[in-house]
Design a protein around this ligand. Structure first.
Ligand SMILES: [Zn+2]
Ligand SMILES: [Zn+2]
Length: 86
């Protein structure tokens, strides 16, 4: 890494320096929000986007059948784990 410090309250500080202070966490939250919004736009424009059919696609806000299925599959899996089903 370089010795150039990233100011707090930036996503770079959060990612590069693994800083978890409040301004950096907030910056990262906003960054993720913007990134998901961008991915959602890309997914809406491209039905073959690689995030379709993933839980991440659902979290981006896509509610197409493959994304919804991926999300509910994950829910079912974690429910099964919680219940201790083998
Ligand atoms: Zn910080
Ligand atoms: Zn989708």
């Amino acid at each position: 890494m370089t010795g150039v410090p990233s100011p707090h309250g930036t996503n770079r500080c959060y990612i590069n320096h693994k800083c978890r202070c409040a301004p950096c966490r907030e910056a990262n939250r906003l960054y993720e929000k913007l990134r998901r919004a961008r991915h959602l736009r890309d997914m809406a424009a491209n039905p073959h986007h690689r995030y379709h059919g993933t839980e991440y696609g659902y979290r981006c806000g896509c509610r197409c059948t493959p994304c919804t299925t991926a999300k509910s599959d994950k829910n079912a899996a974690s429910l099964a784990r919680k219940k201790g089903t083998p």
